[in-house]
Design a protein around this ligand. Structure first.
Ligand code: PLP
Length: 366
């Protein structure tokens, strides 16, 4: 079986984790947390990093820091992983959905303005599968309507929009370090920001709003325990030290797929806009209906040949958990979900494995 993805863990990770264990710094205090936060924020050209337990808690923490609450609306894409919407719901606010663009699969920026109301507090673009969103029009809208921009950058560590790191453009960027991400901590997340007050608030909220000073058990606010452990941060730091190599591998794999798949009719490949650096977190393809396959039947064929795939995200407007979204129509998100899947995209993927995947795709489509 060629797996769809697996992490790339090495000696450095082992060395740093061993250091945590040997020195007894295994909880959320310890040098690796701060070093990982500082170095990751610096990598994104942002001032502050605040580490969390995972990407979902990073998103929730970001919105909580901005005071998003009941009665507020947050604009998000329909085509995203469920955590984006859950974070809004955790705050008691309402997610408002926008359809995807057929080429980048990201939020269709031309359809955002019509969704803005006097209840809208923030836009939360999600950079999908490694390709950044078109951020300039989003930032322009945010300025015009006085809205926050919280980037869901869970899938795009190191991707660039016009030379700037994705996640490092809006008010807050949120990352996930789950095992299949560009860099991982096993589980983990981080928010990054340039704003002193947001950073301060985030540090407090993620730590149960423990006050500073002597009366540490006297709390003014409701907080959360979203603390990353020193062990997680140790793995993350070791990964961050080799992030350029990890991204180069992902891009190399994607370029080989592009070269071998480009002349096959009926398949849409991932794009890289002239203003973007795509880190190809996952190599997605969308099948044309003329191939007589949808994503599910195509995945079954590939699985029979020992090739693992994953379906695209299920659009939020069709999610059973959100019955009230049913009225929102998102035809692009619905189409790419039906016809889209991602191919093996792991870092350890060998050229011969990519060639085998492509050979099997050709055979199936013949
Ligand atoms: C776009 C997006 N947002 C948020 C998350 C949530 O991150 P985590 O799984 O670390 O909670 C993910 C995770 O895959 C994601 O892909």
């Amino acid at each position: 079986m060629i797996p769809v993805c697996y992490p790339f863990i090495g000696e450095k990770e082992l060395e740093y984790v061993t250091d945590c264990v040997k020195t007894n710094w295994i909880s959320s205090k310890g040098k690796y947390v701060e070093e990982f936060e500082n170095n990751f924020a610096k990598y994104c050209d942002f001032k502050y990093g605040v580490a969390t337990t995972n990407g979902t808690t990073a998103l929730h923490l970001a919105l909580a820091c901005l005071g998003i609450s009941k009665g507020d609306e947050v604009i998000i894409p329909s085509f995203t992983m469920i955590a984006t919407a859950f974070a809004v719901v955790y705050c008691g606010a309402k997610p408002v959905l926008v359809d995807a663009k057929p080429d980048t699969w990201n939020i269709d920026v031309k359809k955002i303005e019509e969704k803005i109301t006097d209840k809208t507090k923030a836009i939360m673009p999600v950079h999908i599968y490694g390709h950044p969103c078109d951020m300039d029009p989003i930032m322009k809208l945010a300025k015009k309507y006085n809205l926050y921009v919280v980037e869901d950058a869970a899938e795009v560590h190191g991707a660039e929009y016009k030379g700037k790191k994705a996640g490092g453009i809006g008010d807050i960027g949120c990352f996930s370090f789950y095992a299949n991400k560009i860099i991982t901590c096993g589980e983990g997340g981080m928010i990054i920001t340039n704003d002193d007050k947001i950073a301060e608030k985030a540090k407090s909220l993620k730590n149960l709003s423990f006050p500073k000073g002597k009366r540490i058990y006297k709390h003014q606010d409701v907080g959360y325990n979203y603390r990353m452990t020193n062990i997680q941060a140790a793995i993350g730091l070791a990964q961050l030290e080799k992030i350029d190599e990890l991204i180069a591998r992902r891009r190399k794999n994607a370029h080989l797929y592009n070269k071998l798949l480009k002349n096959i009719n009926g398949i849409t490949l991932p794009v890289e806009k002239e203003w973007a650096k795509n880190v190809y977190w996952m190599y997605g393809i969308v099948l044309d209906k003329s191939t007589a396959f949808d994503a599910e039947s195509f995945a079954e064929e590939l699985a029979e040949k020992g090739i693992q795939t994953r379906p695209f995200f299920y659009p939020l407007n069709l999610q059973p958990v959100f019955q009230n979204f049913k009225k929102t129509k998102c035809p692009v998100a619905e189409k790419i979900e039906k016809q889209g899947l991602y191919l093996p995209s792991g870092l350890g993927l060998k050229d011969w494995q990519i060639k085998r995947v492509v050979r099997e795709i050709k055979k199936i489509l013949k």
